[in-house]
Design a protein. Structure first.
Length: 273
């Protein structure tokens, strides 16, 4: 996308004539009915509110899922209509509770919440829903939930994680890791790009912890649920000391572009819907 100010958003870099409002809660009911009639897809960012060490706020996973969805909706304009629903800011974070500052749901509550949200979206006239996850602890659960909701609601519901659809960009951009970890180089870089005012930069020198695999992507032959305080005393997994806003901007734009490309390619058509 060329050179740009680290403080400007993707919205700022799009010509005004090309922008149509994509955010559900900034649109009127009439406008949403019109988008539903056009066959618009609805992106539902799903995050978490949990500790992210001493240098990042608890809302990281929700903020970043929302940011990628917004950018993807702007990028895909002119190719297919997309609406971004309000972000689900709470997820499965029991493993972070020992650190404090964390809000968590039970699996049954998350399932019920997403069922009701998806049902509401469908009743509003939309036929295509994509949950866009931003929290590693949600991944396995969301796969199972989507399988059940697809059958129960007879709907076109998909699931991805922004760091999965953008896996190549994550691997090529970061210096100290190949995938996202927690409060790490990747998440910290994206927060520096999108919400720099929320990063406690004076704490970055201490923002380091052991390397981990996301549970849903682990190659370990046996899975055990391990509290995060048994993995790291700092609340950090990975090394945030090499984070930068430039890396974060590249990651956010590349993950958004990958998501936009998936949407434009006709995700639902591929599966006969």
């Amino acid at each position: 996308m060329g050179e740009h100010n680290m403080n400007e958003t993707l919205w700022d870099r799009l010509p005004a004539a090309e922008i149509n409002e994509p955010l559900w809660n900034r649109l009127t009911a009439d406008e949403l009915r019109g988008l539903a009639a056009q066959g618009a897809a609805v992106l539902v960012p799903v995050g978490s509110t949990e500790q992210h060490g001493r240098h990042l706020p608890t809302g990281v996973d929700a903020f970043l899922a929302d940011e990628v969805c917004r950018r993807a909706a702007w990028l895909v304009q002119g190719r297919c209509p997309v609406v971004v629903a309000p972000t689900v800011w709470c997820g499965l974070a029991e493993h972070h509770m020992a650190f404090g500052g964390t809000l968590t749901l039970t699996l049954s509550t998350l399932h019920a919440l997403l069922r009701d949200l998806c049902r509401s979206i469908l009743r509003a006239g939309f036929l295509r829903i994509l949950l866009v996850n931003g929290h590693g602890g949600n991944m396995a659960a969301l796969n199972a939930i989507v399988a059940e909701l697809t059958t129960e609601l007879r709907a076109r519901i998909g699931i991805t994680s922004y760091f999965t659809v953008g896996r190549r960009a994550v691997r090529e951009t970061l210096e100290t890791q190949d995938t996202l970890m927690h409060a790490c180089e990747g998440e910290t870089s994206m927060m520096l790009a999108a919400h720099r005012e929320l990063v406690r930069t004076e704490e970055l020198q201490h923002a380091v912890g052991p390397r981990i695999d996301l549970p849903a992507e682990s190659q370990n032959p046996v899975f055990f649920a391990v509290p995060f305080d048994e993995i790291t005393g700092s609340g950090v997994a990975g090394d945030a000391r090499t984070a930068s806003a430039a890396k974060g901007q590249k990651l956010l734009d590349a993950c958004a572009q990958a998501l936009a490309d998936q949407l434009a390619a006709g995700l639902w058509t591929e599966h006969g819907w």
